[in-house]
Structures are given as C-alpha cells and as structure tokens.
Ligand binder design. Structure first.
Ligand code: UDP
Length: 480
C-alpha cells in the first residue's frame, strides 16, 4: 500500500544548465497536473559554475516555490579541472564522486516522505546503484531526441557488431527506427571506441534499458518511426524495453541567464522589423567559433541581404584553465570585418554572448533560425513554427542534423568545407534558400504542421499528457 506520508519525486539533473532547466520544466509539468505530488531536485554546483546555477535556482524558487531544491554538498575533484580531456569526462567523475551525497539526500528525504521515484539524467547513471540500495525505483529523463534514444538503446548492439572505431570506417549502420546512419554522423562520444567518453556512454546506454522507465522530451508524432521502433522493443536486443514516456515538448519558461536587459533590447529591435523577415543565429550555451569562422559568417550574412539577429561569442580561449568557463563578452569591432556593424545596422542586430532565445523565436518578425541543433533549441524552434538551417557543432548535434533534415524535414543542411570551415558563400546560399526559395517554404510548412502537432500533444487527451499520466501510474504501481 502507498503510505500516508507525502509522496515525492526526486529529480537529479547533471550539472549543466540545459539539463537543469529541462528537469525543472519536467517538475513544473508534473506539478501542474499532479499538484499533490512534491518535487525535490538535487543540485550540484560544478567547479566551472560562475554563479548561473544559483541565480537560476533563486529565480525558480521565487516563481515556483512548490519545487524544493536540495543542494548536495560539493565533493572536491581529485585533480585540477583543466586536466580533464572533456566536459563529459569531468562531469562523469564529478557525478561518481557525488554518490555518497546522493545516498545521504535520498535517505533523509525518505524519512518524512514516500519517494515515489528517483528520476535521473543520462549522465547521472552512476547514481543508479544508490537508488537500488535504497529500493527506490529509478527512471531516466532523456533530454535529447527520441531518435537519439533509439540510437542509445541500440548502441550496445552496435558495439558488439563492430570492432573498429566508427571514426575510422565509412560504414552505413542500420538502427531500428532510423534512416541508414553513416559512421561519421554518430554522436561525437561514440566515434572512438578506445576513448573514455565511449566507455562512459556504453555504460550509460547499457544501464538505461534496465531502468524502471524512460521519460523523453519529445512528442510522438515528431519522431514517429523512432518512437515506434522503441515501443516495439526493436532497439534493446538483450532484454525487454522499459516503458517509454514521450511527455514533450518541454520548453524553458525561465532562462538560465541573469537578466542583463538583453530581452527588452532584442524584442524592441524585432518589433521594428517586418513580419517573418529576420534570420536568428544562435548556437546553444557552449557554441563558439574561431575568429576566421566569425568573419565568414559576417560576410555571408552581409551578402545574403537578409535581416538578421546574431548572437556572437568570443572565440575559444587558448588558456586551458578557462576551457570549461563561459567566455567573456566578445570585442565585436576587432572580431567582425571592418565596417560590418555600420554597413548592416539598418537590417542586422549583433548581440554579445546571449539572447533570450525562446522569446526571440516566438516573435513574429523571426522567419528562420540557424542553429547548432541542440535538442532544446530544436524543440523551441518547432514549438514556435520557425524553420531551421542545421549547423551542428558538438555532442550529438551532427546526428540531430541528419534527423532534422532527412527524417523530420524541418531544417536545411549547411555544408562544411574539408577544413571544417563553413564559407561565407555557403552561409549566404543557405540563408537565402531558407528565406526566399520554395525549398525553404516547404520546410516552413512542415515546421508549422509540427507546431500544431506539438500543441495537440500537450492538450487534454494529447499523446504527451496521456504519457505523463502513464508515467505517474507506473511510479505509483512500483510502490505497491
Ligand atoms: N539559449 C538562450 N540564449 C542563448 C543561447 C542558448 O536562451 O543565447 C538557451 C536555448 O533557448 C536553449 C538552451 O539555452 O534552451 C540551449 O540548449 P540546447 O539543448 O539547444 O543546447 P546546449 O546548450 O545544451 O548545447
């Protein structure tokens, strides 16, 4: 029997702003439809945090006091942050070291409440054992796409079938629910089977299928083939597939950036632009370009003749100790071509470092989005009906690009040259194609249709709310 104590869901995001924001939105969604359940979110302040986590949490606490944040004490890393080869390697170690704190937190929460479930991020897999020890059912919240989930569930099988590094082969892989996938389009961490990242991802992928269930931030009709393959149990080949709940799209209702007045500034400028005329260029929380690449983008935008709102960040720092820190604001005059800002001032706005993306995408003057294909950005574009040009930069974005272009048909591809540089000519061509041609028009129509599907999924009786209901039933059943 479910006890009389308060029922709580404990959510555990990995320490990256995008993941924390998605978890908070999941908490808000659950609270909206199941207000009798309490939500507690376990948080860690990562060593590279500049105060953004604390200010975001303070913002959420003031607007949604019913979400409780339980801050875990910080476990020091055994070596300097700069010695970690990647963000993933650092996060993985941090989360593993943090397990005793998670154990302690879950135990103390359980004293006064019934923990219905422990909902963890993909990267928090090391905490799965803690939930098992305490006999708490563990669910995953997968913050990337349904196609990404299909691939990760099938990854242990791909690993067994192949012996070479994907990076070294030209093989086309068959993954249930996905179009044929060239090795080169695999997510970055899967390319080299000798790397630490690959080992970690294999470990995560092996464990996710053994959980009590998987929640995905997507809606069924956006990725119907992949979702069907997962539901049909085709992606997990060494046992049953756990229940999968597509509860999205969850869109950030509160930004993770301290309000520096960017919002008013961008929206005011957009108010003065014609309807659907502006191309928005923004590359996630971590996307940075070399100075040479920034110049190519500027020249391409200028030649395209299109209106634009472009978020520019400083190029990557050469100082290794700053590699995981947010870059300082760029010096636009020295980074962009001479006179560019002046020549384009009537039709272009360049903002430093950060723009209020959700508000921008929802502004009627925006007609196109050049994106790095991060999954939150994709969902935000789809939910606001804005067609995309796909320019993947890191993580699983190259893979997302293939799905956006070939499966969902909501984006045009941008081609890199052999050196990795995207030329000004390519930027000009794709931006024009999106804004002026029939190809762009077709993509726009497809995104508009998906926007309506997204709304329908989140309406009463819609697929995502039905899935949410099943999720809560599943959590409660595990208590009996
Ligand atoms: N974002 C924003 N302004 C920016 C850059 C990013 O509001 O200038 C937000 C964006 O709306 C999205 C998140 O940051 O919600 C980025 O998440 P995504 O999954 O797209 O990419 P990631 O940063 O995880 O690579």
């Amino acid at each position: 029997m479910v006890s009389e104590m308060e029922s709580v869901l404990v959510l555990y995001p990995s320490p990256a702003m995008g993941h924390l924001i998605s978890m908070v939105e999941l908490g808000k969604l659950i609270l909206k439809y199941y207000p009798s359940i309490s939500i507690t979110i376990l948080t860690i302040t990562p060593p590279f945090d500049t105060g953004a986590t604390a200010s975001y949490i303070a913002g959420v606490s003031s607007t949604t006091p019913s979400i409780t944040f339980h801050h875990l004490s910080t476990t020091p890393l055994p070596r300097p942050v700069s010695s970690y080869p990647s963000f993933e390697a650092l996060t993985s170690e941090l989360l593993t070291l943090n397990n005793p704190n998670v154990h302690h937190a879950l135990q103390s929460i359980s004293l006064n409440s019934t923990v219905l479930a422990f909902i963890i991020d993909f990267f928090c897999t090391p905490a799965l054992g803690v939930a098992k020890e305490l006999n708490i059912p563990a669910y995953y919240f997968f913050t990337s796409s349904g196609t990404g989930l299909a691939l990760f569930l099938y990854f242990p099988t791909l690993h067994r079938k192949n012996t070479q590094r994907f990076r070294d082969t030209n093989t086309i892989h068959e993954v249930p629910g996905l179009p044929p996938l060239p090795s080169a389009d695999m997510p970055g961490p899967l390319l080299d089977r000798t790397s630490k990242e690959y080992e970690s991802f294999l470990y995560y992928a092996t464990h996710i299928s053994k959980s009590a269930g998987i929640i995905v931030n997507t809606f069924e009709s956006l990725e119907s083939e992949a979702v069907k393959a997962i539901y049909d149990g085709l992606c997990v080949t060494d046992g049953p597939t756990p229940p999968v709940f597509c509860i999205g799209p969850l869109i950030a209702t509160q930004g993770g950036h301290g309000g520096g007045g960017e919002k008013e500034y961008c929206l005011k400028w957009l108010n003065s632009q014609p309807k659907r005329s502006v191309v928005f260029l923004c590359f996630g929380s971590l996307g940075v370009f070399s100075e040479a690449q920034l110049k190519e983008i500027a020249v391409g935008l200028e030649k395209s003749g299109q209106r634009f709102l472009w978020v520019v960040r400083s190029p990557p720092s050469k100082d290794k100790s700053r590699r995981f820190l947010a870059p300082s604001d760029p010096d636009l005059d020295s980074l962009l071509p001479d006179g560019f800002l002046d020549r384009t001032k009537d039709r272009g706005l360049v903002v430093k470092s950060w723009a209020p993306q959700v508000a921008v995408l929802n502004h009627g003057s925006v007609g196109g989005f050049v994106t790095h294909c991060g999954w939150n950005s994709v969902l935000e574009a789809v939910s606001s009906g804005v067609p995309m040009v796909a320019w993947p930069l890191y993580a699983e974005q190259r893979f997302n690009k293939v799905m956006l272009v070939e499966e969902m048909k909501v984006a045009l591809p941008l081609e890199e040259s052999k050196s990795g540089l995207v030329t000004a000519t390519e930027v000009e061509k794709r931006v024009r194609e999106l804004m002026e041609t029939e190809k762009g028009f077709n993509i726009r129509n497809q995104v508009k249709a998906m926007k309506e599907e997204a709304k329908a999924a989140m309406n009463d009786g819609g697929s995502s709310l039905v899935a949410l209901d099943k999720l809560l039933k599943s959590c409660r059943q595990k208590q009996i």
